[in-house]
Design a protein around this ligand. Structure first.
Ligand code: G1P
Length: 289
């Protein structure tokens, strides 16, 4: 029996360099996709996968994330007074049960591995999910639920992957597989930002992980890797010497919202998925072409 995945770590402290100046005063993961912040979709995906506790690893100036997931008596009171029941329900939709979220300061931008390590005391000694919330995914079942199902099947550590666009593998973490049959395959290695031509496959790590708590011990003594950062990929690669890792080629579509075009694509795609908006969105786009 594998232990159930109840907690998710969301490293959100990044500067959002590729979506500045929009992300200057608003944390990048609170930028809107249609009418909700990116994190609204991410938290919804995680809850659907059975996550009961969220550990946000934030940076300075990101208090708006806590505020978004908290009650706002002023806004709610005003909507109530005006009888705007539908908007009120929508505003309250993302608020979870008390104690569902923890917020930890990363204090210095030392890399993804360091951000995950900052969450060690709240996660404790159990398997947990890591979600890179720039990467918005549409999938049925949702991406993290697919990863949790894979974990229930094979245990150990699961890394969600997908084929990298031609010529872009060097921007990502890339996995090496024992053999490639079906969507869930045992991994034999991984490398962060390989030199062009040196990538062990075309499958990149796309932002959902299920990890065993031993990763924290590995991260504790971690040297810096690609880009001078403490890399999660390097820590996973070390842990792979003593634990199983499987890559799950998930079934769905990813939108990299940390990027201008990715964010725009997500806005169009998510608007087209909304039955009440689809028709007018189509017309509006058509009129621009
Ligand atoms: C991080 C991870 C990388 C992964 C990527 C997905 O890189 O280190 O393995 O492929 O996210 O977006 P970053 O985008 O922070 O450079």
């Amino acid at each position: 029996m594998t232990q159930r995945v109840r907690k998710a770590v969301l490293p959100v402290a990044g500067l959002g360099t590729r979506v500045l100046p929009g992300a200057k005063a608003t944390p990048k993961n609170l930028l809107n996709v249609v009418d909700r912040p990116i994190l609204s979709y991410i938290v919804e995906e995680a809850r659907a996968a059975g996550i009961e506790h969220f550990v946000f690893v934030v940076g300075r100036g990101q208090g708006a994330i806590e505020d978004y997931f908290d009650a706002n008596p002023e806004v709610e009171g005003a909507l109530e007074a005006k009888g705007k029941a539908e908007i009120l329900a929508d505003v309250r939709r993302d608020i979870g049960p008390p104690g569902e979220m923890s917020f930890i300061r990363q204090m210095a931008p030392l890399g993804l591995g360091h951000a995950v390590w900052c969450a060690r005391h709240v996660v404790g000694d159990e398997p947990f999910a890591v979600i890179l919330s720039d990467m918005l995914m549409t999938a049925d079942p949702p991406a993290l639920a697919q990863a949790v199902a894979a974990h229930e099947e094979v245990g150990g550590n699961i890394v969600v992957v997908e084929p990298a666009p031609e010529g872009e593998a060097h921007k990502y973490g890339i996995v090496a597989l024992a053999t490639r049959t079906g969507r869930l395959n045992r991994m034999t290695g991984m490398v962060e930002k390989p030199a062009p031509g040196a990538e062990p496959s075309n499958l990149f790590i796309s932002g959902r992980y299920i990890l065993q708590p031993e990763i924290f011990e590995t991260l504790q003594t971690q040297e810096r890797g690609a880009g001078g950062e403490i890399q999660l990929t390097d820590a996973m690669s070390k842990l792979m010497k003593s634990q199983d890792f499987h890559a799950l080629e998930y079934d769905g579509t990813t939108y990299d919202c940390g990027d201008k075009i990715g964010l725009l694509r997500a806005n169009v795609a998510f608007a087209l998925r909304r039955p009440e908006l689809a028709e007018s969105v189509r017309k509006a786009i058509q009129a621009l072409l």
